[in-house]
Design a protein around this ligand. Structure first.
Ligand SMILES: Nc1ncnc2c1ncn2[C@@H]1O[C@H](COP(=O)(O)OP(=O)(O)O)[C@@H](O)[C@H]1O
Ligand code: SF4
Ligand SMILES: [Mg+2]
Length: 332
């Protein structure tokens, strides 16, 4: 994404600038993500979408400083935190909390609900025992957990209740950013809806900012004002989600939307050829030349095979990297 996208934001909470992350594997260097520029603005939520293996979790781990970036920087509130020594990262870690996909796996199995939620308060020495108890009960109420669950253990709860505990714990320190990586994916569909409604309601009530990763585009549309679409480690389309859902302009975005029946609206027509899901996906180790999507794209031409597309701004803030975005808009 071009620099212009960064400057649009006046209230940037977290920014990734030129982030690249590679892994050494037995088959060679794997580029999990590259040239990632994104801005998560205060009070807005940012959704990252793309097929499995496109690099979403890697971006989120780098953002949380759980993985060192191979290149690039992470900024929070105008400070470059990527170069700070571990002892100076306490405030960043406190302000960026994570809700994982598997709620049971993320909770301490031998801790009660109350102890799980209060754990961050203890670690960070926030308040005395009475305050911590009060805060824990408040958090339980915020996420819709009855107080009598306080003494239960994670295995005694349903998946939805476990995820509510995980969310309450993530909120314990009043973080500025909540990272949710497929946080509802392991739950039953009806429970997913309840958790999504809870997240949406808390976002409004508490002014939270989410970095939300999901293959569920309906969830992304519900929660996120801004989205970025990733393909094979790079962002290929980004901007306000209202604009992208109305006018998807990258053939890959269109194909993703097409794969979700709920999103085949009047504006988004099915791809004319074989759906992308049925074609072979290239590997992140042998990334195709030019536009990496050319091996699967119904609109690919010779230029796509040799020249990586530049970013184009279609409407304010809506960027796409495709040689034939006009055609994609008209014909796909
Ligand atoms: N620790 C790791 N070592 C080697 N390869 C990894 C590692 N983590 C992720 N990858 C690879 O990086 C690419 C992106 O993975 P990931 O970020 O998990 O994608 P997503 O979350 O979109 O499914 C994949 O090809 C994956 O196999
Ligand atoms: S640049 Fe070419 S191959 Fe890539 S998405 Fe656009 S049309 Fe398809
Ligand atoms: Mg992932």
């Amino acid at each position: 994404m071009p620099e212009a996208v960064l400057s649009v934001s006046r209230q940037a909470l977290v920014e990734l600038r030129g982030v690249k992350k590679t892994f050494s594997t037995s088959r060679g260097e794997l580029i999990a993500c590259e040239n990632i520029n994104m801005t998560i603005e205060k009070g807005r939520s940012f959704g990252l979408v793309g097929e499995s293996g496109s690099g979403k979790s890697t971006v989120m781990r780098v953002l949380q400083l759980l993985l060192p970036a191979t290149e690039g920087q992470i900024w929070m509130n105008g400070v470059n935190v990527s170069g700070l020594p571990p002892r100076k990262l306490k405030s960043y870690r406190r302000n960026v909390q994570f809700v994982a996909q598997d709620p049971f796996g993320s909770l301490f199995p031998h801790f009660s609900v109350g102890k799980n939620i209060a754990e961050p308060l203890k670690i960070h020495k926030v308040g005395g025992k009475a305050e911590q108890l009060e805060r824990t009960l408040d958090l339980m109420e915020s996420v819709g957990l009855a107080p009598d669950l306080y003494s239960k253990f994670p295995h005694e709860l349903s998946g939805g209740q476990q995820q509510r505990v995980a969310i309450a714990r993530a909120l314990a320190l009043s973080p500025q950013l909540l990272v949710l990586d497929e946080a509802v994916a392991s739950l039953d569909v009806s429970i997913q809806a309840q958790i999504l409604n809870l997240l949406q309601e808390m976002k409004t009530r508490m002014g939270l900012t989410y970095a939300f990763v999901s293959h569920n585009l309906a969830a992304v549309r519900l929660l996120c004002e801004d989205i970025a679409v990733m393909y094979l480690g790079r962002i290929v389309e980004a901007g306000p989600s209202s604009e992208i859902f109305k006018n998807p302009s990258h053939p890959y975005t269109k194909a993703l939307f097409q794969a979700i029946p709920a999103f085949i609206g009047d504006e988004v027509k099915p791809l004319p050829t074989t759906p992308i899901a049925r074609r072979d996906r290239p590997s992140a180790i042998n990334r195709p030349s030019g536009c990496a999507f050319h091996t699967r794209c119904p609109l690919a031409t010779d230029v796509c095979k040799s020249v990586a597309p530049e970013w184009t701004e279609l409407t304010p803030g809506h960027h796409v990297a495709c040689h034939h975005a006009d055609e994609a808009q008209r014909h796909l």
